[in-house]
Design a protein around this ligand. Structure first.
Ligand SMILES: [Zn+2]
Length: 273
């Protein structure tokens, strides 16, 4: 009987070969989250796509997973637990901004490859159009943005100053960015913090959501608490200065207007610890 989680199964190799033939490059069998040890079979790190090819028996495919006659109930529980663990791992990856694609080993590798390519192309076009918008400074009527409040053990929160040459340069903000079309805000925030600060985070509860008009454009900003390994060093690609501010120091910098409602809520909180 096949081992669970073995590498290089035939269906997985078939998908790898097919994607390779189509000129796609990826990592194989690589851990992508610090919070779970799951190793997606294929990993596209730039597009943040994780692909699993699930074996019909061990992942309990309804069509093909025939339970061994001996200890059938025990097997059923064990295989259901595998499915449950798949779902838990998937939820963790999604919360960290990954797009997870699962295929059954009984499926057609060419169809699976096409599905993967569609996801990569979708990501490419989002990345390209985001670049174009940034380049031409085109105004959308409403821009949906997400921001993360990172707090250190000493209660200080991370504030970032927008670099020269960007809109609202010199103003301070919480790190984050735009929500792409079809993207959940939490996933967008995890993605942005990964891209901007090179940290992998878990997006916690929402602090505020407010709309602010800036120069004729409505900015719809939702802010969230961020759970992360707070002893990590952070550096930002989009900002020229980062500061850890205590609640009383929040008033010392000039915040970008859309961030002000969140700042006021944080100032109103009683300091903890
Ligand atoms: Zn199957």
């Amino acid at each position: 009987m096949a081992r669970f989680g073995r590498r290089d199964t035939a269906p997985e190799l078939a998908l790898r070969r097919e994607l390779h033939r189509r000129g796609r490059r990826f990592f194989v069998d690589r851990q992508v989250s610090k919070r779970c040890r799951v190793r997606p079979d294929l990993v596209f790190p730039r597009a943040r796509i994780a692909v699993f090819v699930d074996g019909c028996f061990w992942h309990y495919c309804e069509e093909h997973a025939h339970l061994p006659k001996a200890n059938a109930e025990l097997w059923r529980r064990k295989l259901l637990a595998n499915r449950q663990r798949d779902a838990q791992n998937e939820a963790i990856l999604v919360s960290e901004g990954w797009r997870v694609l699962r295929f059954w080993e009984h499926g057609d590798p060419a169809a699976a490859a096409t599905r993967v390519e569609r996801e990569i192309d979708r990501w490419d076009s989002i990345a390209r159009s985001a670049g174009r918008r940034a380049h031409h400074g085109r105004m959308d009527p409403v821009i949906e943005v997400v921001a993360g409040v990172l707090t250190r053990a000493d209660g200080r929160v991370l504030a970032c100053r927008r670099a020269p040459g960007r809109s609202a340069a010199g103003q301070w903000e919480f790190p984050g960015g735009k929500v792409e079309r079809d993207e959940l805000p939490e996933a967008a925030l995890a993605r942005e913090l990964h891209e901007e600060l090179a940290i992998d985070v878990v997006v916690g509860e929402r602090i505020d959501r407010s709309t602010t008009t800036v120069g004729g454009t409505e900015i719809d900003l939702a802010s969230y608490r961020i759970h992360w390994l707070s002893d990590q060093q952070v550096a930002s690609s989009d900002h020229d200065e980062l500061r850890w501010l205590s609640p009383t120091e929040l008033a010392d910098v000039r915040w970008a207007e859309p961030d002000l409602p969140t700042v006021r809520l944080l100032q109103a909180e009683r300091p903890t610890g």
